[in-house]
Design a protein around this ligand. Structure first.
Ligand SMILES: [Cu+2]
Length: 109
C-alpha cells in the first residue's frame, strides 16, 4: 500500500524494499510503517497514504532536551541512488486513526 503509492507517483524512478508495519493491540490508534526507498535520479517523499489509516504522516525521531521525540516532516529527500531507510528509531511512516487493528506484522517486497 505505501510502496505502491510512492512508486506510482514517480513512475518507476523509486524502488521500495522491505516494507513492514508494526502490528497493534486492540484499542491502539497509531503505529509505524517502515521501508527502504531508493530513487534512481533523486526525488523527495512529500506524502504518504494508506487505506488502513485515517491520517498518514512522515515522521522523524529527534533528541529534544534529552528526550527522544517524533515530529512530522513535510519532505524527506531521496538522494540519487542512495537507499533511505525508514526504520524504528529514525524516519518512519506514522499511521494514525487506524481503521482497524493490524493484527500482525505485515512484510512484503
Ligand atoms: Cu511517528
Amino acid at each position: 500500500m505505501l510502496g505502491a503509492a510512492a512508486a506510482s507517483a514517480l513512475a518507476g524512478d523509486v524502488e521500495v524494499k522491505d516494507a513492514w508495519v508494526r502490528g497493534t493491540v486492540s484499542g491502539q490508534q497509531a503505529t509505524g510503517a517502515f521501508l527502504e526507498i531508493t530513487s534512481k535520479s533523486g526525488a523527495a517523499l512529500v506524502g504518504v497514504v494508506s487505506p488502513a489509516a485515517g491520517v498518514s504522516e512522515i515522521h522523524e525521531m529527534k533528541m529534544d532536551g534529552g528526550i527522544m521525540k517524533m515530529r512530522a516532516v513535510e519532505r524527506l529527500a531521496l538522494p540519487a541512488g542512495t537507499p533511505v531507510h525508514l526504520a524504528p528509531g529514525g524516519y518512519h511512516v506514522m499511521l494514525l486513526n487506524l481503521k482497524q487493528p493490524l493484527k500482525r506484522v505485515i512484510r512484503y517486497r
